[in-house]
Design a protein around this ligand. Structure first.
Ligand code: GCU
Length: 329
């Protein structure tokens, strides 16, 4: 009797833990977690993805979105996907570095010539390869979301040149590439998870950070950091992923619906993004943030040394960078 009760409990725990579970009604609900607040354009795009999926599947396939790092940091969310406890997530490509050395290439400073180049790379062969490069770790990339360009913000002063970073503890994502980038630019990189950053800035654990305008605004970091210097040093996209454990439990038809819904949500997100950048810059300015547009030259001068350091550690990235640079030249 005891034995059979134990088995029932284990079974129940597993059913509850499944990232994509089938309810009695035959409806499958895929759980999706992420780190942003609900006002952020990526959250709205994920909700749209769920709506498109529900429509395509006639209500048989749904997505339930858990925002705000409720289910864990980006790193933890990826680990939940790997064991199939969570079905889907959206993380920064920087958070995928540990699972795909190739993807870390996207964290190199000033990698792209312009916006058209970013689209050509991410929507072309290289983008497809990168999305599937984490599959061996049970993470299947479905599409990229636009995460714009990242720039420095600080509590104490504008970052007009890399020299202004000297002596500053700059928060970076939990990524080796981001550490190399900030160190190469002259700051002291300090990895902190996104959800803990507001407090870290407030308490002076870090003096500065870097991000795109909608994230700077939606995270309310602008309440603490009054200087935003638009140097646009990186253009690291976000990635929407599904656990391969959940993916392989979907029928071929359901897989097509999910892929289509993700692709459509990416188009929608790009539209939202442009407006969100303008709104964010306007709102932070209204809240007293000094926005400056430093010359990119002095930052670009640091790039060669950063690339050399990275290639020394990850030789295989050199060929990939060349392919990216040659894309649609
Ligand atoms: C961007 C990205 C997030 C990430 C954040 C960060 O906003 O979209 O996924 O968490 O950067 O700096 O950690």
């Amino acid at each position: 009797m005891l034995m059979s009760l134990r088995i029932v409990f284990i079974f129940l725990a597993l059913v509850l833990a499944l990232g994509g579970c089938q309810l009695d009604t035959g409806v499958k609900v895929i759980k999706m977690g992420h780190a942003q607040v609900v006002s952020h354009p990526v959250h709205q795009a994920m909700v749209f993805l769920g709506e498109r999926l529900e429509e395509k599947s006639g209500g048989k396939l749904k997505v339930k979105v858990y925002p705000n790092q409720q289910l864990g940091t980006e790193r933890e969310l990826l680990e939940l996907l790997q064991i199939g406890s969570l079905g889907m997530t959206k993380v920064s490509a920087a958070s995928l570095e540990a699972f795909s050395p190739e993807i870390s290439v996207l964290g190199l400073p000033y990698l792209f010539r312009d916006d058209a180049h970013i689209t050509q790379v991410l929507e072309g062969e290289i983008g497809k390869e990168l999305l599937l490069s984490t599959e061996k770790y049970w993470l299947r990339g479905l599409c990229f979301y636009d995460a714009g360009k990242r720039s420095f913000y600080s509590k104490t002063k504008p970052i007009a040149t890399p020299e202004d970073l000297a002596g500053l503890k700059v928060r970076v994502q939990e990524s080796k590439m981001a550490i190399n980038m900030v160190r190469g630019m002259g700051g002291s990189p300090t990895p902190v998870s996104y959800g803990e950053l507001y407090t870290a800035l407030q308490q002076g654990i870090v003096d500065a950070a870097e991000n795109n305008p909608p994230s700077f605004y939606n995270s309310r970091h602008y309440e603490v950091c009054k200087y935003y210097s638009i140097d646009e040093h990186t253009a690291i996209p976000d990635v929407v992923l599904v656990s391969t454990k959940v993916w392989s439990n979907l029928s071929p038809e359901e897989q097509v619906w999910l892929q289509e819904a993700a692709d459509e949500s990416a188009v929608y997100q790009t539209k939202l993004w442009k407006e969100a950048v303008e709104e964010a810059l306007l709102e932070v300015q209204k809240a007293g943030v000094e926005i400056s547009y430093p010359s990119k030259e002095p930052f670009l001068e640091k790039v060669a040394a950063v690339y050399a350091q990275v290639f020394q550690e990850q030789k295989q990235l050199e060929a990939l960078v060349q392919r990216i640079q040659q894309t649609n030249k």
